[in-house]
Unconditional design. Structure first.
Ligand code: MTE
Length: 318
């Protein structure tokens, strides 16, 4: 992966970070105004949301139920990465390899309507219209660490539901040993896919035990609102103890298989990006160390934790 080479050399001052308390206060304030959260996502104050289009968007967001309650079992007090940073520093190769340009390249990406095909070795194959997730699953917010293989990290509040709930619904057959996830394949909407130098579509995979693990999360939102396109709208995976590339964006298909699927990055470089890819400070990437990580919004370095700090929960799997 050429990811590290294109890291822009920037960071913002600590002073710019929104402390958790004021983020929550602002959220409550906006809720009180009855304005939902779309104003935050657009980087505008609530007053600029009074146009008809903004109101329509807002009605849609609040009809989905955002913001959902934060689950207190998942690190509610961690200091969040500044929202504007999490939404403007992205890896989404279908659009561009330039992190700070992704959000400008997603305009032609059509995320509604969106159906996820779920099949393979399951008792109940289904086509899941995205909006049905909100009715079928108990939605919640969780705060997770997110660690990219490029040695940067964030702390993000995701909205969604555990993948285990989906597994329970579709009922994998006993022969199903792996779960394969595939991103949309529409080069006409995603300029990076027209370059032809990558094995599109983007594919990721987990073992069935990893997929069933209570930490494995299907995210439809961040920061109390639906996912922006650059962060993987309308639905993505979040596997917090693995490198970020395992957290596949904009999922189109979920398939249960007997064979281990070949993933996108693995097919490009199996030594650098193996299937398992758990965060591990003691196993350097062949081209750089994983011992420390750069916190994206402060620029400070911290020591990388085994399994990204989730060892107590997932250590038993390995
Ligand atoms: N999913 C798809 N479909 N395409 C991608 O390029 N990049 C991965 C992952 N999921 C990627 C993807 C990588 S390398 C990272 S670090 C995270 O998405 C970045 O997620 P973020 O932009 O929301 O921080």
């Amino acid at each position: 992966m050429s990811l590290l080479r294109i890291l822009p050399d920037w960071h913002i001052s600590d002073k710019c970070i929104t402390p958790e308390a004021s983020y929550q206060k602002r959220r409550a304030f906006i809720r009180k105004l009855g304005l939902g959260t779309a104003g935050i996502s657009m980087g505008a104050g609530p007053l600029s949301m009074l146009g008809a289009e903004a109101n329509a968007k807002d009605t849609k967001v609040s009809s989905l139920g955002y913001p959902f309650e934060r689950n207190k079992d998942f690190n509610p007090s961690w200091k969040l990465t500044q929202q504007t940073v999490a939404e403007s520093y992205n890896n989404f190769y279908e659009f561009t390899t330039n992190k700070s340009r992704v959000r400008y390249m997603v305009g032609g990406f059509n995320v509604s309507p969106w159906d996820v095909q779920i099949g393979g070795l399951v008792e109940n194959p289904v086509t899941l219209p995205l909006e049905d997730c909100y009715k079928r699953f108990q939605m919640e917010e969780r705060v997770y660490r997110f660690r990219c293989v490029e040695a940067w990290s964030m702390v993000v509040p995701w909205t969604g539901f555990p993948l285990a709930a989906l597994l329970k619904w579709v009922q994998p057959k006993p022969e199903a040993r792996f779960v394969k996830f595939t991103t949309f394949n529409r080069p006409n909407e995603a300029p990076g896919m027209r370059l032809g130098s990558y094995p599109w579509p983007y594919v990721e995979g987990l073992t069935i035990e990893e997929a069933e693990h209570p930490l494995t999360f299907v995210a439809t939102g961040i920061y109390g609102k639906p996912l922006p396109k650059q962060n993987g709208a309308p639905v993505r995976l979040v596997v917090p103890w693995k490198y970020g590339y395992k957290s596949i964006k904009s999922i189109d298909r979920i398939e249960f298989t007997a064979q281990q699927p070949k993933t996108f990055w693995e097919s490009l470089s199996p030594v650098e990006y193996p299937f398992e890819s758990n965060v591990n400070p003691n196993v350097p990437h062949p081209r750089w160390s994983q011992a420390t990580e750069r916190v994206v919004d402060t620029g400070l370095r911290r020591r990388t934790e085994l399994y990204n700090g989730y060892g107590a929960q997932v250590g038993r799997l390995y």
